[in-house]
Design a protein around this ligand. Structure first.
Ligand code: ADP
Length: 475
């Protein structure tokens, strides 16, 4: 690490453990401690949602009744501070009840406006807390307009701050009516990239992040290549290609302390590569918990996911429970997926269990107790489920796309390319064949997965390199 300490502000809509909807929260909650270890002064900022327990997480109010000028009026905010649990990474919370009083992270409407206000307030508090970052590291569409706000502000305080925009999922774009710009005290004429974007009648937050950040990255090398194609570009492939020379891919890590079968307090029986035979007690506990017959001899496949189009749940048909395998799925999302999975559970009660909820504890028991972990995603920027499952010696079966293609090789699991029920079923059958007939090979897959390094260390080093690249970038 060079003499001068890098100062980074990370702004995100979700951060584990304070508020989580998907993998974004896990990433922003676990990368910073690794950056801090490498000598970086990294601080986080997020909205103070109604669901965040101020007592439990020891939040302290550090600024009261601050005036933020937005959309022609004054909005009063407070700023709270705490630390990422068990670390010295500071985290700030924008307390603006008008926008974030609700318990949910995302609401049915006004998300673009809510997160633009958050972006504006996140910058406005920096001089007040006397933190002048070298870089604001923005995550996903919610913070896509931070580069615009920095480029248009009249305050000299902000003039040297650079931006890195990380795309965790290109399909969530934050499209909004042009009027939303008022919230950021902007107009389509404020910047060329805004007028360009406004030509089609709306403002697309992720487009702004892509066009306007100094450097951009996605969360795996394959996804970085994929989003430049029409198949995976979610309508933005041309825009992505226009920034190709500033676009990088850095694969996610996981919190290897939290996800550790040898220390996990949320599972029935702790185990490691040396005591892999003990994993079976988690399987029996899992079968009992989700109402499947307790049988240590039958293979058990798990899935933990948001139930959305991306995740490939259409591949769950009646053919699956007919295989010599039990299934447990955990998740919530679009009603038609929930209904289809519940229907399978009703029709095949001894083979299929559908757990329609968000349940951290059950998720850990599935990672530890299942033999196989399923991720048949249509696209997957990185994916964390497969990393966590490998850490627990649970063999992944994944569709070969994005981060799944980069992290699961034949040494740790199985993959298929064609998005079809036939290819999915064929691959599960192949895995079951090895599970039942070649147990020594199966055990090797488990051990290879468990021995793989999923810590943030290497990727955090890559982020530091990227930050340095942003700072020396010539225009
Ligand atoms: P995405 O970010 O697209 O949702 P990832 O695989 O990157 O997908 O991350 C999902 C994270 O959320 C994982 O940590 C997974 O275990 C967790 N998760 C998803 N659904 C649930 C659920 N219903 N209960 C508990 N954890 C869940």
């Amino acid at each position: 690490m060079p003499k001068n300490k890098l100062k980074v502000l990370m702004a995100s809509a979700e951060i584990t453990p304070f508020a989580k909807v998907g993998g974004l929260a896990d990433v922003v909650g676990s990368l910073p401690p690794a950056l801090k270890k490498l000598g970086c002064d990294v601080r986080l900022i997020m909205p103070l949602y109604g669901s965040i327990d101020r007592k439990k997480y020891r939040l302290k109010k550090i600024l009261t009744d601050q005036k933020i000028f937005s959309a022609g009026k004054i909005t009063i905010i407070n700023l709270w501070q705490s630390y990422l649990p068990n670390t010295k990474v500071p985290i700030y919370f924008i307390d603006a009840p008008e926008f974030f009083q609700a318990k949910a992270v995302y609401l049915d409407k006004n998300n673009a406006e809510r997160f633009l206000f958050f972006s504006l307030a996140s910058l406005r508090v920096l001089p007040l807390i006397k933190f002048l970052p070298d870089i604001v590291h923005c995550h996903d569409f919610h913070t896509g307009l931070i580069p615009d706000l920095l480029k248009t502000t009249e305050f000299t305080f902000f003039k040297d701050i650079k931006t890195l925009f990380t795309i965790h999922n290109l399909n969530y774009q934050g499209k909004s009516e042009i009027e939303v710009l008022k919230t950021g005290n902007l107009t389509p004429h404020s910047l060329a990239c805004l007028s360009q974007d406004a030509q089609d009648g709306d403002i697309n937050f992720i487009v702004q992040g892509i066009l306007n950040a100094d450097i951009i990255n996605t969360v795996s090398k394959t996804y970085t290549k994929e989003i430049a194609t029409s198949q995976y570009g979610a309508g933005l492939d041309k825009i992505v290609r226009s920034r190709k020379k500033d676009l990088y891919g850095i694969v996610n890590g996981i919190d290897t302390n939290f996800f550790n079968p040898a220390k996990d307090k949320l599972i029935k029986q702790k185990y490691s590569t040396k005591s892999l035979n003990k994993k079976i007690f988690n399987k029996l506990a899992l079968q009992k918990k989700v109402g499947l017959p307790q049988n240590k001899n039958i293979a058990l496949a798990g899935l933990i996911s948001r139930f959305v189009w991306q995740k490939g749940l259409d591949l769950f048909t009646e053919e699956l429970p007919k295989l010599d395998c039990q299934f447990v799925v955990l998740g919530t999302g679009q009603k038609h997926y929930e209904q289809n999975l519940k229907k399978l559970a009703k029709k095949f009660p001894y083979k299929f269990s559908a757990q329609i909820k968000f349940d951290e504890k059950l998720a850990h028991l599935i990672y530890a107790g299942a033999d196989i972990f399923l991720m048949p995603s249509r696209f997957e920027p990185c994916g964390l489920g497969q990393l966590i499952s490998m850490r627990y010696g649970t063999v992944p079966i994944v569709r070969r796309t994005g981060g799944l293609a980069d992290t699961v090789t034949i040494k740790q699991g199985f993959s298929f390319k064609e998005f079809s029920t036939t290819a999915f079923r064929r691959t599960i059958k192949k895995a079951l064949n090895m599970y039942y007939k070649e147990s020594y090979k199966w055990k090797q897959l488990q051990i290879n997965g468990m021995n793989k390094d999923f810590s943030w260390h290497k990727s955090a080093q890559e982020y530091i390199k990227l930050y340095r690249k942003v700072l020396v970038k010539k225009y």
